[in-house]
Design a protein around this ligand. Structure first.
Ligand SMILES: Cc1cc2nc3c(=O)[nH]c(=O)nc-3n(C[C@H](O)[C@H](O)[C@H](O)COP(=O)(O)O)c2cc1C
Length: 330
C-alpha cells in the first residue's frame, strides 16, 4: 500500500509514523533507526544540552541514515533554544517540531529559512492557535498520552475528531497510540499521521534501562495506578498555586515547577530526566512508567524496524479483504 499523504509530503517519510520527543534521551540513537525504518525520527534538542552537542548528534544521525529526521525544540525547557534552532536550520534539518509553549516566533524563523514547522499541543484551542500562526501541521496529544497535561485537555478520540472538523492543516494524533488499530483509528478520526512516545521507548534501540522497558511490557492500562495517572487532570490547587508564583521566581525555575504540576508530580521534588530513565531501580521504573495508556498495547520489546513493519503490516491486513475494515468494502 502507498501511505503517501499530506503528512508524509511534509516530512518526506515513507509512513506517517513519527517518534516523539524525549527529554533526557531523545537522541540519534533512536531517531536515526526510526527514520531508517520508514518512520520519522526526532532528535530532542534539549537532550543534547548544548548547540554544539545538537550539531554533533544531527551529523551522527546523518551518518546512520540517509532518510529525513527532525529536531524538537521544547519551549521553556530546551536550553539556549534560539541557538539550538539556528543549529537545526544551519544543518538543514527539514522539519522542526516545537512543543510545550507558544512557538510563533520560532515558526516564523523556521519558515523564513525555508523549512517546515510542526507544533505540538495538548488542547484543541491551542491547535487552532497554531494553525492561525502558520504551522504546517499540528500534533494534538490526548489525555491518554505521556508528557505535559493541560487542565483543558481532552482524550485523544474527541480531541482529534473535534479538531478535524475545525482545521485545514494536517493533524497528527498522539496519546495512547501504540499499534495498528490505534494508527488506523486516528486516521478514521481525521488525523493524517501518528506521533508515538511511549511505544517507541519499548524498543531495543531506545537508550533507557531494560527494567524500565520491562515495566512497560508488564503494565496494564486498566490498572488504576496507570489509568489514574494518565487520565486525571493536574491538581487545580497545585496549578493555581504555581500560577500565582509566576513573575516571583526566575523564569526557568518557575517553568520547571509548572512542568512538575502539569505532569502531576510534586513541584518540590525535581525529576532528573537524565538518570531516571537509565536507573535500574524497579521502584523508579514503576514510578516513571505509566504517564501514557499506550502501555496497554506494549507486549514485547522489539526493534524499531519490527515495530514499524508490524504496525504497517497489521494495518494493511485490517484494510484488506480478509480484514475487518476491508471486508466491509468487499
Ligand atoms: C519520558 C518522556 C519524556 C518526554 N519529553 C518530552 C519533551 O522533552 N518534549 C516534548 O515535546 N515532549 C516530550 N514527551 C512527550 C512525547 O514526545 C509525546 O508527546 C508523548 O509521549 C505522546 O504520548 P504517548 O506516550 O502516549 O505516545 C516526553 C514523553 C516521555 C514519555
Amino acid at each position: 500500500m502507498n501511505w503517501k499523504n499530506r503528512v508524509t509530503d511534509i516530512l518526506g517519510s515513507q509512513y506517517p509514523i513519527i517518534q516523539g520527543a524525549f527529554a533526557g534521551f531523545g537522541t540519534s540513537a533512536l531517531a536515526a533507526p526510526v527514520s531508517d525504518a520508514g518512520g520519522f525520527g526526532i532528535i530532542t534538542a534539549g537532550a543534547l544540552h548544548t548547540p554544539e552537542g545538537l550539531r554533533e548528534d544531527i551529523r551522527k544521525a546523518r551518518s546512520m541514515t540517509d532518510k529525513p529526521f527532525g529536531v524538537n525544540l521544547s519551549v521553556g525547557l530546551c536550553p539556549q533554544i534560539d541557538e539550538m534552532r539556528e543549529v537545526a536550520i544551519e544543518e538543514e534539518v527539514p522539519v522542526i517540531f516545537t512543543a510545550v509553549y507558544r512557538a510563533e516566533e520560532h515558526g516564523r524563523r523556521i519558515h523564513q529559512a525555508g523549512l517546515k514547522w510542526v507544533h505540538k499541543v495538548a488542547t484543541v484551542h491551542h491547535a487552532l492557535a497554531a494553525e492561525r500562526q502558520g504551522a504546517d501541521a499540528v500534533v494534538i496529544v490526548g489525555l491518554e498520552g505521556a508528557g505535559f497535561k493541560s487542565i483543558s485537555q481532552l482524550p485523544t478520540l474527541i480531541a482529534i475528531t473535534t479538531a478535524a472538523r475545525m482545521m485545514k492543516v494536517p493533524l497528527i494524533a498522539a496519546g495512547g497510540i501504540g499499534d495498528a488499530r490505534g494508527f488506523l483509528a486516528t486516521l478514521g478520526m481525521g488525523a493524517e499521521g501518528i506521533y508515538m512516545g511511549t511505544r517507541f521507548m519499548a524498543t531495543r534501540e531506545c537508550p533507557i534501562s531494560e527494567r524500565y522497558k520491562q515495566a512497560m511490557v508488564d503494565a496494564q492500562s486498566w490498572d488504576p495506578k496507570y489509568r489514574d495517572r494518565a487520565l486525571a487532570p493536574p491538581k487545580a490547587e497545585e496549578y493555581e498555586k504555581v500560577m500565582k508564583e509566576k513573575g516571583e521566581a526566575v523564569t526557568g525555575e518557575w517553568l520547571m515547577r509548572l512542568e512538575r504540576v502539569l505532569i502531576k508530580e510534586s513541584p518540590d521534588v525535581p525529576r532528573d530526566w537524565q538518570s531516571d530513565f537509565r536507573d535500574d531501580d524497579p521502584e523508579v521504573a514503576v514510578r516513571v512508567t505509566g504517564g501514557s495508556l499506550a502501555v496497554g498495547v506494549i507486549d514485547s520489546v522489539v526493534s524499531v524496524k519490527e515495530l514499524i513493519d508490524t504496525i504497517i503490516g497489521e494495518a494493511e491486513q485490517i484494510l484488506s479483504q480478509q480484514g475487518n475494515l476491508g471486508s466491509l468494502l468487499a
